[in-house]
Every structure is written in structure tokens, then in C-alpha cells.
Design a protein around this ligand. Structure first.
Ligand code: ANZ
Ligand code: ZN
Length: 791
């Protein structure tokens, strides 16, 4: 048993005083940028999920430092935005007053205690004027390059948060944060044109070391779809309706056209007799969210406009309908309806008695049949395969052109809230929309008591005359400021650049340091940010790259998203009263135990189940480590050195592959073996401590210094080495027989399984030749002795 409280306090103080992890960014020779997602200072303290994330990332950073890299591991606070503001509103404090207090607590009582190798010189706080000056600067660069635009759109409005929400913040028609039902409002907003980068955001994914899960989330969000745009003339009008379809091969099955209620041409298509019905219908649809409108299960509603369109290939007249299931924002806002082969069209056609015409071969009872296949009832194209038709789509008709669409939509930046960077734009009656000159940044967020959102659809800043009224930077006449603040996701889209020079007042980031340290080598954080935050950061770095500000397009070379923690098999929540408060465990079990247990309780990438019994067991394990460290110094057996060689290999492999739990399991095996001996060599103790130090830094620093370690920290002493000769001893040369005849040998780790043995056999050129084309009847395997393959 060791006094973990005393030891942890000692090393926390040592880290605070010596600052061994602040690095010289200019001089460092082997730069490795280890980034973790910074927290929202929006609660009473960091929760266990934050800890899990930070420690997982720090394990990687410590490991790379042990491997000799100059690891830059910064931290900061994502302190602007609705999370922090809502928390402040909830506890009835001004966010400008509460946020610094939260940060102070996070930093001093939590982050400085958990043993991470943070470089505290690099702290960045997004709500500080030094930071948001540059967030505004970025806005202006995008504006100047045509990537920021103000336009009117129908947006999601949360009546309780009193702000606009992005589509992805609306879950089943409700606000992700407060669960209120979301409404639709027509508002003028600032957008970043992320859609201009859709293809690059998609194709660049190939180059990244990210998991398929994360890449697929990104792909799904971008939602590329290939197909064709087809033009339909409107009968008796000099107008046409373009539709986007992924299934031009069903063109002969079109029985009506259906457009969104918001479709531009609607007012012309509507005949006087249908006008009233249309007005009512539009009102009904207005507040429906995307998911409801497009769901297959819900009945589809619509009205007939009274107008007709002409089929470009058959000349047939097709009724034009307005339908709630067509979205104005996607494609062209108009659809060619093929009820026989599209589920939503089918439901709609059934409801309104519209014709259903089968044009893909299948049993008619299977309609709507949505697969591709053989075209039928399609004029001269009958008998052609869908795929062949689609491939030659550009040859079919003048009216049909191959085209691509993306579900990705532009990034709405405006927030009608207080706690964020004011959007740095001025409106002048004479000069129009003018960006604030860069030497006048930041546009400071006024310190006012009138900061509570009121539901007017305007930011509280709009009521602040002193803020609003300004002078036009161009003509010097009276002008008004934009009163919305920018989205919190903009703050966090570029923080990794600011960490390199957080106090530089002359530039958003230091070109030299960015060149040297970026892109980020390893980025670790929660899967919940794997879609949007990463997408926005990627977009921004691409845009800054194209403007000549950054030498790279992709900000994060490697990314790993981790899972969630549950408690005793259940989701943590205030109502269940099962929230794990990390600080309590600092006291009861110690930081080292908490860190090691968090990394052991499950797989980091998937998350795990936190149990107090597990914490107790981990405490006992660290005590056993201590017992080994304090054993009499003396000779160790060859077996133990062989064990160490295996442990070094396993820890190396596991940590590299973000499998901290198997690294810890390997160290546990070593500790088991070591405890069977009566004495132990000093170097084995030091190396055990090194391998464990990413997980349990404090006790390992203590062991290292107790054993005479001379470096500033255990990590500076380098990864364990010199066990190669034992590694070869841990291997078996396994004789291989084929049907009883000796045919060769393969080299295997000791205690290899039959599968591993067979893998080694098949990897051997000579042996695998002998087995080629033969069916194996039986395998007789005696571990570490022999394998006999009967063919
Ligand atoms: C005719 C058709 C026939 C279609 C068929 C599908 C199957 P994704 O894959 O998401 O790109 N569509 C196009 N624009 C739309 C809009 N604004 N609102 C609602 N639906 C829209 O989907 C493209 C398909 O969704 C298009 O292909 C169109 O229906 C519909 F057997 O056109 B399809
Ligand atoms: Zn002006």
C-alpha cells in the first residue's frame, strides 16, 4: 500500500512548478501535435466523459513523448456559445461573470490535477477578445472571398432557446438541447458556402487516417447523389420545371410532377380555383420539420395546381402537384414522380388516385419496386438495363443531363443570441453591407445586463442602441451594426491554429509555427462531434488554404472518436442520480487509479461501464505495482525478462492502435509474473513504470525517481529498449507436418493459438504451395510442439 494522496499531491505540485511539458515550439526537433477536443465551461465541473476523453488523448501524447517526440498537448476552453450561455441563464448569472469562474475551476481543480502533459503556455479561450478578434477576422476573409453571404431562408427556430437551430440540432422535430418542439421561421441569416467544398470534403477523406465509421458519418452528411436533371415544359406557359432524379431510367414511369410548396414557380402554376386551397396547405406545411415531411411511413399531402407539364420523351401531359414531401432546399425543389418505383410517390399516388405505371421488370404485386433492373414499357429503351441506360444518359435527349447533388447545405452562421462574437459587419444605407476594417477588430461584445433572449427573433444586441449605431467605415455616415453573433462551431473550427500563438495580437496564427506543427498529428475526441465540428474545421482549413493562409487542406491527419461511459450498466443522468463526479474519485481512489480504470473498463473507442468495484480492483492493482517496485533489488529470472519483452511489444502495439485496455492487461500479466519472484532488477522496475506511466503517471514518476531516475520526468527517459534478445526467446520454432510428413518449420510467439499457427503456415511460401488447392481434412495442433495438417 502506498500513500497515493501524498504522492499525487507531490507530483501535481512538481508539474505545476517545473512545467516540464511546456515546450519550445520554435526549437522542438521532433514535433508531434496531440490535440484533444476542448471543453465547454458550461457546468459545475468537467464530467467523467470529459475526463475519459482527455485521459485517452493524454495516454497517446505521453506515449509519443516516451517515444522521443516533442509532444505539444494544448488545452483551452470553448467558452462562447449557447452551452455556456444556457448554463449561465439557468443558474441566473451573467455569462461574462460565470464563464471565467467555471474556467478557473476546470483549470485549477480539475485539469491541473489529472496528470495530463498540458502545455499551459498555450491555453486559448474562445470568449476572450484576443481570441474572437480573429474569429471575426476569419469571418471577414470568408466574406471578402465570396464564401459568406446573407440571405433569407426558412429556418428551424427553437422557441425555448430562442434561437435558430441547424438541421442536425433538430432531433425528431425537437430541439436537441431543450427538447422543445421546433418551429419554422423565415429569417435573414449569414451563411458560409460550405457546399462549394462538398466534393473536396468528400474526396479528401481518402487521404485521412480516420476510422471508416467517422469517414462514413462524413460521407453520409455530405450525401452525394448522382443522377440527372430533366426539363419538363409547362403546358401553355413559357416556363419549364427542372427535376433532379437519381433514377432517370424510370422516366417512362413518370405520371405526375410534384413541387415543393415553396417552389418559385408555384404562384404561376396555381390557377384561381386552387389558390385558397394552396394558401391553407402552405400554412399547414410551414411548421413541419424535414424528417416529418420526408418520412416514408407518414401519409403524404398535396394539392393539384391545375397546371400540366409535358413529358420530354412521350409528349404526354402530366398533372403538376404541390406536395409536402418535396423539399425546396434539395435538388431543384421539384420531382418527377414515379409511383411504381418510389415509395413516397406511391403513397401519394394511392392517396390521390394518380396513375401508377410500371417501367422496371418485377412482379406487379411488389410495387413500389425500388431496385434497378430491366426497363419495360419504355419505348425503344425497353429491355435495356437500368445501369446501361444511366451510363448513357447524356445521349438520350436534349432535355436530360447527367448531374450530381449533395445533401450538404450551407452553414448557417447567425445566432440571435448574446454570448458569441458579434458578426463584424456594418450596414450603411449608402454603401451597403460593409465588413468592419481589420484594424477595428475586435467588434467587442458589449457588457450589458440586457442579454437574455426574448423570442423576438433578434439578438439581445439589437436593443443596445449604443452598440447598434455606428459609423460607416466607407463614407463616414451613420450606419448600423449586424446584431447577430456567430455560431459556436466557428469558434472551435480553428482553435488548433490559435494554440500555437494564443497571445499574438498581430495575426490569427503564426505561419512558421503552423508550417512546423500542423496539420494536427493525432486528434481525439467524442464521436458526437465526428460529423459537424470536423466538417466545419475541414471546410475552414480548405477555405483558408485556398485564400493562401494555410499550407494544407486537411487539419487533422489522424482522428479517433471515442464512445460514451455508462454507470453500472445505465446511461448517466441527473434524474437517475448516477452521475460520476470525477473529483470525488480523486479523493477516494486517486487520480492514477481513476485514469487507469477509465482506460481499462472498456474499449476506448466504444466506451465502457464505470463501476465502483472496478475502481477498487484498480486501486489494488496499483498497490501491487508498488509492491513490485519496492521488492528487494537483485537478479530477475530470464522468464521475467522474456515477459517484459512481450509486454513492451504489446503495450507498444496497443497504445498505437488506441487499445489502452489491452496495454494495461499486458502490464497486469507482467506484474503477476513479477510478484512470483523474490527479487527484481532495477531496470525492470523502471521499465514497468515507464510502460504504465501513460496511465498512472504520478505513481510511476515516484517509482522512477525512487529508483534513481535522473530525467526531469519519466517520459524524458525514453521507451524501454534492450529486450530484443529476450523477444527471440519468447518464440517457438514449430515443426510442420503435412499428412504425417515433416515439411518445414514456422516461427511463432509462444502459446500461439491454432489459428495463429495456421496463419504462419499459410504465410510460408513453400508450405502454402504444398497446400494449394488441397482440402484440409483435419489439423492436429500441440501448442509449442507440432502441427500436423492432414490433407
Ligand atoms: C424519380 C425517381 C424514381 C426517384 C424512382 C427515385 C426513385 P437522393 O438519393 O436523396 O438524392 N427528390 C429529388 N429532389 C427532391 C426534393 N427536393 N425533395 C424530395 N425528394 C426529392 O434522392 C433523389 C431522389 O429523391 C430523386 O430521384 C427524386 O425522386 C427525389 F424510382 O426521381 B427520384
Ligand atoms: Zn456608407
Amino acid at each position: 500500500m502506498y500513500d497515493f494522496r501524498a504522492i499525487e499531491k507531490k507530483w501535481q505540485e512538481y508539474y505545476a512548478k517545473e512545467k516540464p511539458f511546456n515546450i519550445d515550439l520554435e526549437k522542438a526537433e521532433r514535433p508531434f501535435y496531440n490535440l484533444m477536443m476542448f471543453p465547454y465551461p458550461s457546468a459545475a465541473g468537467l464530467h467523467i466523459g470529459n475526463m475519459f476523453s482527455f485521459i485517452g488523448s493524454d495516454v497517446y501524447g505521453r506515449f509519443m513523448k516516451l517515444k522521443g517526440y516533442d509532444v505539444f498537448e494544448p488545452i483551452g476552453f470553448d467558452a462562447f456559445g449557447i452551452h455556456s450561455e444556457n448554463y449561465a441563464l439557468k443558474v441566473g448569472k451573467h455569462p461574462a461573470e460565470l464563464t471565467p469562474k467555471s474556467i478557473e475551476y476546470f483549470r485549477e481543480e480539475q485539469l491541473k490535477k489529472i496528470g495530463n502533459i498540458f502545455d499551459w503556455n498555450s491555453e486559448a479561450i474562445t470568449s476572450s477578445p484576443e481570441y474572437y478578434k480573429w474569429t471575426q477576422w476569419i469571418f471577414i476573409q470568408l466574406f471578402k472571398n465570396g464564401l459568406a453571404e446573407k440571405r433569407s431562408s426558412n429556418v428551424n427556430w427553437c422557441p425555448s432557446c430562442k434561437t435558430v437551430l441547424a438541421d442536425e440540432q433538430v432531433i425528431d422535430g425537437r430541439c436537441e438541447r431543450c427538447n422543445s418542439e421546433v418551429e419554422k421561421r423565415e429569417m435573414s441569416q449569414w451563411f458560409f458556402k460550405i457546399t462549394e467544398y462538398a466534393e473536396k470534403l468528400l474526396s479528401n477523406l481518402e487521404k485521412l487516417d480516420w476510422t471508416d465509421t467517422t469517414k462514413n458519418l462524413q460521407r453520409a452528411w455530405i450525401g452525394k447523389s448522382s443522377g440527372a436533371t430533366i426539363s419538363f415544359e409547362v403546358s401553355g406557359m413559357n416556363e419549364k420545371i427542372d427535376v433532379f432524379t437519381t433514377r432517370p431510367d424510370t422516366i417512362f414511369g413518370v405520371t405526375y410532377i410534384v413541387v415543393a410548396p415553396e417552389y418559385g414557380l408555384v404562384s404561376k402554376l396555381i390557377t384561381p380555383s386552387t389558390l385558397q386551397a394552396f394558401e391553407n396547405f402552405k400554412e399547414e406545411v410551414k411548421n413541419m420539420d424535414l424528417a416529418t415531411r420526408t418520412s416514408i411511413s407518414r401519409p403524404k399531402n398535396g394539392i393539384f395546381t391545375g397546371s400540366y407539364a409535358v413529358h420530354p420523351l412521350t409528349g404526354e401531359e402530366l398533372p403538376i402537384w404541390i406536395g409536402d414531401y418535396v423539399l425546396a432546399e434539395y435538388g431543384t425543389g421539384a420531382v418527377m414522380a414515379v409511383p411504381a418505383h418510389d415509395e413516397r410517390d406511391y403513397v401519394f399516388a394511392k392517396k390521390y388516385g394518380l396513375e401508377i405505371k410500371q417501367v422496371i421488370e418485377c412482379d406487379p404485386s411488389q410495387l413500389p419496386y425500388t431496385e434497378k433492373g430491366k426497363m419495360i414499357n419504355s419505348g425503344k429503351y425497353s429491355d435495356m438495363l437500368s445501369a446501361d441506360f444511366i451510363e448513357r444518359i447524356d445521349e438520350v435527349s436534349e432535355s436530360i443531363k447527367g448531374s450530381v447533388n449533395y445533401h450538404l447545405h450551407d452553414w448557417c452562421i447567425s445566432r440571435q443570441r448574446y454570448w458569441g462574437p458579434p458578426i463584424p459587419i456594418v450596414y450603411c444605407d449608402k454603401c451597403g453591407t460593409i465588413p468592419v476594417p481589420e484594424d477595428q477588430l475586435p467588434v467587442t461584445l458589449p457588457n450589458t445586463d440586457d442579454y437574455i433572449p426574448d423570442g423576438s427573433g433578434k439578438s439581445p444586441l439589437a436593443k443596445n442602441e449604443e452598440f447598434v449605431n455606428t459609423i460607416c467605415p466607407v463614407c463616414g455616415g451613420p450606419a448600423r451594426r449586424e446584431t447577430d453573433v456567430s455560431d459556436n462551431f466557428l469558434d472551435s473550427a480553428w482553435y488548433y491554429l490559435r494554440y500555437l500563438s494564443p497571445n499574438d495580437n498581430s495575426a490569427p496564427f503564426d505561419d512558421g509555427l503552423v508550417e512546423k506543427w500542423c496539420p494536427v498529428d493525432m486528434y481525439i475526441g467524442g464521436n458526437e462531434h465526428a460529423t459537424l465540428h470536423l466538417m466545419y474545421s475541414r471546410f475552414l482549413s480548405m477555405a483558408l488554404h485556398d485564400m493562401g493562409f494555410l499550407p494544407f487542406e486537411e487539419p487533422f491527419t489522424s482522428f479517433r472518436g471515442h464512445g460514451l461511459i455508462i454507470k453500472d450498466g445505465e446511461k448517466m443522468s441527473k434524474s437517475k442520480g448516477n452521475i460520476v463526479n470525477p473529483n470525488e474519485y480523486f479523493e477516494s481512489h486517486g487520480v492514477d487509479t481513476l485514469r487507469t480504470y477509465l482506460m481499462f473498463m472498456g474499449t476506448f473507442l466504444e466506451g465502457g461501464d464505470f463501476r465502483d468495484s472496478g475502481m477498487d480492483a484498480m486501486r489494488r492493482f496499483l498497490n501491487r505495482v508498488w509492491d513490485i517496485a519496492t521488492m528487494p533489488e537483485g537478479r530477475s529470472s530470464t522468464e521475467l525478462k522474456i515477459k517484459m519483452s512481450e509486454t513492451v511489444e504489446k503495450v507498444d502495439y496497443s497504445v498505437k492502435n488506441i487499445k489502452p485496455n489491452t496495454a494495461i492487461a499486458a502490464i497486469m500479466e507482467f506484474v503477476n509474473e513479477a510478484s512470483k519472484e523474490v527479487s527484481i532488477e532495477r531496470q525492470l522496475v523502471i521499465d514497468m513504470a515507464k510502460l504504465l506511466s501513460p496511465f498512472a503517471p504520478f505513481v510511476c514518476e515516484e517509482i522512477y525517481s525512487m529508483k534513481g531516475g535522473k530525467k526531469k520526468t519519466i517520459l524524458d527517459d525514453g521507451f524501454p529498449y534492450g529486450y530484443e534478445k529476450y523477444a527471440s526467446m519468447a518464440k517457438t520454432e514449430l515443426p510442420v507436418q503435412i499428412t504425417g510428413k515433416m515439411r518445414g518449420k514456422v516461427v511463432l510467439p509462444q502459446n500461439a493459438s491454432q489459428e495463429e499457427a495456421m496463419e504462419a503456415v499459410m504465410a510460408d511460401e513453400k508450405l502454402s504451395k504444398m497446400l494449394e488447392g488441397k482440402s484440409i481434412r483435419k489439423i492436429i495442433y500441440v501448442q509449442d510442439k507440432i502441427i500436423n495438417i492432414i490433407i
